[in-house]
Write a new protein. Structure first.
Ligand code: PLP
Length: 510
């Protein structure tokens, strides 16, 4: 088990063993962890609802376990994992900030979670108000006119945005073919462009790590549907020429898409709408503190400028102006809409958590989130100066990049080694090998939720790793992590030569 900042945490006897059995191996016929209350509902003949030819002949091989064993199994597994609740998690771009528990509490309220999505509007006025207010807040934060809450994550938001782009150009009687993306973009961007039916055209970054405006201008023509940008970009740098970029793209009739997976740097300070963007998706599971990365589902609402509202997915929750009884209801989908992006209302309970986060912080609080996120990232960059190579060593936003390129050429060390050595030091690794334009990149995002003391511990861990690389070269680096429940994995072999540790025929007999 890893504990934050604890140096070489020794494993407990229980954790030292790599082979926690799979859940199937705990299964014993007849054990159960559930009970149904007797009801007065009469039994029905199965044949009367499912014709015999469609019925399963063999019993379904489900795990049969006592509650006690289930809790023990999952608790043991959870203790072998590093998690944002355990310590700092400086995973750049993915923003693993701490998620306050009160928002999970909100999600458990019966009025929030125990509501069937088909419930008539008259019985869920509160829920509708929550969604309408969240949409309004999102528009205020992004500088947009309306939003859909349906997309289930960032990538789903991107695809929604590209379908909106297509709908807009079709509406203008045009069939454009290309979407521009900088070479520092997140991998989901080109994938979404392809899914949206467009060709990807890559815009190279200049020596400052920013979009090269002159090259961009050369790439622009009447076949360009739009550009996808993250600002600050994935190097953690602000695109200073965003106004000129927006002007140039709009001049050829293209749209600007803002990948707002991480608004951490700009919340309450600047707005994509004011930068000239037409479409923005926001990862509420990164920016607005709702658990993600195995901790729960996400949501990637998409906000748009006025002219794109007719194309939004629907039905949308709206404030009713002319209803004498109800304040909130559903706006039917206009014929111009791109259609549904999710069943019902998207991952609504995630939105409820995020709304709680917005209310708890308020406008001032959100601004403070951004200021602290940027301050923490700049502090850490300064602290690691001279210890690691920092390719763009100037004021950054919520994250910054270090590079292991020199160590690679000198001693055959990789960003992956640094990641594994940090695990030994009791911290989660930063994102590595991304963005692709930096050799052996470490992408470090400390977030605003870590204290100065934790940041100092994190810096010391990075420092210790650098020292180990210098003193012992690859010797320790290639063995790391040496004190975690699972040691160094061979990533290629795990994919190419899958070993299934569970075999139904062997384990379900007892
Ligand atoms: C995380 C991320 C995405 C994708 O979001 P998902 O919710 O994981 O689909 C897109 N762009 C950037 C910059 C991101 O960091």
């Amino acid at each position: 088990m890893i504990s934050p900042g604890a140096g070489k945490a020794s494993s407990s006897p229980l954790m030292g063993n790599d082979s926690e059995p799979t859940i199937f191996e705990y299964s014993h016929r007849g054990r159960k962890s559930w009970s149904f209350a007797d009801t007065d509902i009469p039994d029905i003949e199965l044949d009367s609802i499912i014709p015999p030819q469609y019925q399963r002949q063999e019993p379904l091989e489900l795990v049969e376990m006592s509650e006690r064993d289930i809790v023990a199994h999952f608790t043991r597994l959870s203790q072998r994992n590093y998690a944002v609740d355990v310590g700092a998690y400086p995973l750049g771009s993915c923003t693993m900030k701490y998620n306050p528990k009160i928002f999970d509490y909100i999600a458990t309220l019966a009025g929030v979670s125990a509501v069937h999505p088909a419930t008539p509007a008259s019985s869920i006025q509160g829920w509708l108000e929550l969604m309408v207010n969240f949409e309004t807040s999102l528009c205020e934060i992004t500088g947009m006119a309306a939003a859909t809450l349906q997309p289930a994550a960032g990538a789903a938001g991107e695809m929604t945005g590209l379908l909106l782009m297509r709908a807009w150009h079709n509406h203008m009687g045009q069939n454009r073919k290309k979407v521009l993306i900088p070479d520092s973009a997140h991998g989901t961007n080109p994938a979404s462009v392809r899914l949206g039916g467009y060709e990807v055209v890559t815009v190279p970054s200049n020596s400052k790590g920013l979009v090269d405006l002159e090259v961009l201008k050369d790439l622009l023509d009447e076949d360009v549907a739009g550009i996808m940008l993250t600002n600050p970009n994935t190097l953690g740098l602000y695109e200073e020429e965003i106004a000129q970029i927006a002007k140039a793209v709009h001049e050829v009739g293209g749209l600007l898409y803002y990948d707002g997976a991480n608004l951490n740097a700009i919340l309450g300070v600047i707005r994509p709408g004011d930068m000239g963007f037409d479409i923005v998706h926001v990862n509420v599971h990164k920016t607005f503190a709702t658990p993600h990365g195995g901790g729960g589902p996400g949501a990637g609402p998409v906000a748009v400028s006025e002219k794109l509202i007719p194309f939004l997915p629907g039905p949308r929750p709206v404030r009713l102006e002319n209803d004498s009884v109800l304040k909130f209801g559903w706006q039917q989908m206009p014929s111009t809409s791109i259609g549904r992006l999710h069943s019902w209302h998207g991952n609504a309970v995630v939105i409820a958590r995020a709304y709680g986060y917005l209310l708890a912080n308020g406008a001032e609080g959100l601004r403070k989130v951004a200021n602290t996120a940027v301050l923490n990232a700049n502090w850490l960059r300064h602290r690691l100066r001279g210890i690691y190579e920092i390719p763009f060593d100037r004021p950054n936003m919520h994250e910054f990049i270090a590079s292991i390129g020199k160590e690679k050429r000198k001693a055959g060390l990789h960003a992956m080694d640094v990641a594994k050595m940090l695990l030994e030091q009791g911290f989660h690794a930063p994102t590595i090998n991304f963005p692709l334009i930096v050799e052996e990149a470490l992408m470090i995002e400390p977030t605003e939720t870590e204290s100065p003391q934790t940041l100092e511990q994190l810096a010391q861990a990075f420092e210790q790793v650098a020292k180990q690389m210098q003193d012992s070269g690859t010797e320790i680096a290639h063995q790391a992590p040496r004190n975690t429940p699972v040691r160094r994995l061979d990533e290629a072999r795990a994919a190419r030569k899958l070993i299934q540790t569970w075999d139904a025929n062997q384990t379900l007999q007892n």
